[in-house]
Design a protein around this ligand. Structure first.
Ligand SMILES: [Zn+2]
Length: 151
């Protein structure tokens, strides 16, 4: 089981996001630099202490860590206790009901499913939701329960 913060909230949920970036954003740059840029948005522009997400998935399916899983994230207002936030790069101008394939790659589909399965192996995950299940937002740019119905 993964526990977060001093209060040790058990992690029971995964919430998916998108970066709202164009497909070609920082293309050719290492994923670590892209994560550093998102961290800069969150720290310098929003005043948070670290990147809000726990994991970031690049267009080619590469996965990089963000905030440590044992720390509370900053990704969905009111739902940061006991949840892990995963951010998919892409999703610029996406709509809440878009098909996954419209905004994201097949490699990202593969990696997000694998990452969810891997987290499920380390914590009792009861729900996998999207940001748009909790707020009137497009993020992550698809309906999680439709896109991930087979897994
Ligand atoms: Zn989001």
């Amino acid at each position: 089981m993964i526990y977060q913060g001093k209060a040790r909230y058990p992690v029971t949920e995964i919430i998916l996001h998108c970066a709202d970036t164009r497909p070609e954003w920082m293309a050719g740059r290492p994923l670590a630099e892209k994560v550093a840029e998102i961290r800069r948005w969150h720290v310098q522009e929003r005043g948070w202490r670290d990147i809000g997400y726990h994991w970031v998935i690049d267009r080619d399916g590469a996965v990089a860590p963000g905030r440590r899983e044992t720390e509370l994230g900053a990704h969905v207002e009111g739902h940061n206790r006991g949840t892990i936030g995963i951010c998919l790069l892409g999703g610029y101008s996406a709509k809440a009901d878009d098909l996954f394939e419209k905004n994201f790659s097949g490699a990202q589909a593969f990696s997000v499913k694998l990452l969810i399965a891997e987290i499920k192996g380390r914590s009792t995950i009861l729900k996998v939701f999207g940001h748009n299940d909790y707020a009137p937002k497009a993020c992550p740019g698809f309906r999680v329960r439709v896109a991930l119905k087979d897994g």
